[in-house]
Design a protein around this ligand. Sequence first.
Ligand code: NAG
Ligand code: NAG
Length: 401
Amino acid sequence: MSSFRKTSRSRFWRGALVLLGVIFAIDIIRLSWNGSHRHPNTSIGIPTPTPSIYIASIFWNSAAILHSNWNNAILDLAEKLGADNIYISIYESGSWDESKQILRQLESVLINRGIRHRIILDEITHQDDIARPPAAEGWVKTPRGMTELRRIPYLSKLRNKTLEPLAELAANGTTFDKVLFLNDVAFTIQDVWNLLATNNGDFAAACSLDFSKPPKFYDTFALRDIEGHERLMMTYPYFRSRESRSAMVSHRPVPVQSCWNGMVAFDSSPFYRASPLRFRGISDSLAIHHLEGSECCLIHADNPQSPLKGVWLNPNVRVGYDPNAYAVVHTMEPWPSLYDRLIGLWENRIRRWVTTVWFKEWVVRNRIKKWAKEDRNRRESGPHCLINEMQVLVYNGWAHV
Ligand SMILES: *[C@@H]1O[C@H](CO)[C@@H](O)[C@H](O)[C@H]1NC(C)=O
Ligand SMILES: *[C@@H]1O[C@H](CO)[C@@H](O)[C@H](O)[C@H]1NC(C)=O
């Protein structure tokens, strides 16, 4: 009896070990097959016909990256696209580093080369903005007993300003194929070509992946997998939903509900509609329930093209918030290494087995429900963007309250 139990127990463990070995083998085949046969084409040339691109950026204390990478990359891009195919719209405000000077240098080169642009260098600081008497919109009563300026409506306003020339030019008969939003990141023109080639150029929006402290990606606030969940982990393969994860593993563009992550190209047509696509925050009455959502997520939720053509994160386009971060994520192709991807796959599996987002998402859903009940006309189209946070501007940046 006891020897029977012993053999059946050892049979169980042997079976489990064999099964584990088989799963490991399948993982390695999956990862290395996709790695060698689908690895990203790093020599994609400029798309033909040459697309016209409207570039929109906001900056705040970004002197270092402007100086080391951004300005040069933009001038490269303008040279390759041709002056007729690019417009550069920049809004900077309240920096206390050399951002203004470095952007002035860029502007003088743009003028010399006849490249159309609008660069606004605003002297208004965060301190000026938060010291104003609260306006009717964009301010919120915070738990610390003050009425404070919400960060997201503030950022939406700045981003909307970068789109003003787009509307003016359209009124003058000039339109662009793509709107490209660029953060304060290191990127190359190759990254831009790769981004534009995402899904053969057929997308509502296509994003890069951004890194500040690799291997962790950076912008968690805007990234939602195809089922609307936040990232499962900060490192490869990032996602909880099967569809998003499996695209990641095969180096294919990843279908997502929302992404931003350093650099994002939009099909321009929604920005030209009669009621044009613009940035916004959730309403103040909802924010009072201690919720916030990124303007960079809400815009995908508002974009009528998102469900038709899809929002895609291209894992082969990786940008960095400093030259070192950029270099680290370009040490090999594909990145990260096979070993790191294998470990990531298992970490992801285990996290999926032992964690759930149900409670976290339930809290948010409940607050939205409560808010909607207070007034029949209330609706929020991007509930998956919302998280249990309140964000306000402070004199030297922003804060959670
Ligand atoms: C965004 O831009 C639109 C159009 O310019 C404007 O009506 C809207 O108020 C702006 N939203 C914010 C939050 O500034
Ligand atoms: C549009 O045309 C008007 C009139 O020619 C001009 O003043 C304005 O600067 C143009 N707008 C842009 C964004 O080029």
